[in-house]
Design a protein around this ligand. Structure first.
Ligand code: SF4
Ligand code: SF4
Length: 170
């Protein structure tokens, strides 16, 4: 079997469809992070961009995002290696660092739900930014869970065969 495209192509070599499919839908890049000015350490909050649809875990208007949120950063093959605020699990970051995608990435699992099942996403756990300023945001710093390292073991259903009925003697 041939290798999947994310293992053989660079970000710049991908088609538009391949590029878009590299997003696992975690939503973490739409969550506001704060940087410690002294240590440059990043802290994720549970406050998301005003356009983020928390229930769907995606941008509420992806096509018009730059118009509606001018400081939304459009990912490109050029800027991905420089964006240190992208989560370490981000599909673009992983490929740009020459690493493989995780088991829960929809391209690997074939299922868009596994990113949520693995606790790698922020679905349903964010609140909109509203008017929060830095002190308010600092109170919203959140320790997001570490995604599960491997898929849960498959449940094997036990089939009980009913006892055979003996035919009644005639
Ligand atoms: S962090 Fe990366 S993988 Fe996650 S939603 Fe953003 S672009 Fe997609
Ligand atoms: S505009 Fe959309 S893609 Fe950009 S940060 Fe906001 S929710 Fe995310």
């Amino acid at each position: 079997m041939s290798e999947p495209f994310w293992k053989t192509k660079t970000l710049a070599e991908m088609t538009e469809v391949e590029w878009e499919s590299l997003c696992d839908g975690c939503g973490k890049c739409c969550v506001i992070s704060l940087e410690d000015a002294d240590t440059a350490e990043l802290y994720l909050t549970d406050v998301a961009c005003k356009l983020f649809d928390s229930g769907a875990c995606q941008c509420g208007d992806y096509a018009n995002r730059k118009k509606l949120v001018p400081d939304c950063v459009k990912l490109t093959p050029k800027n991905v290696p420089k964006l240190d605020w992208l989560p370490k699990t981000c599909g673009y970051r992983l490929v740009s660092e020459g690493r493989d995608l995780f088991w829960w990435h929809p391209l690997v699992s074939g299922n868009r739900e596994t990113v949520h099942a693995a606790k790698a996403s922020v679905r349903g756990k964010t609140r909109p930014e509203g008017r929060l300023k830095i002190p308010g945001l600092m109170k919203r710093i959140t320790k997001w869970p570490q995604p599960a390292e491997s898929p849960p073991p498959k449940r094997v259903a036990k089939v009980k065969t009913p006892p055979r009925r003996r035919p009644k003697p005639e």
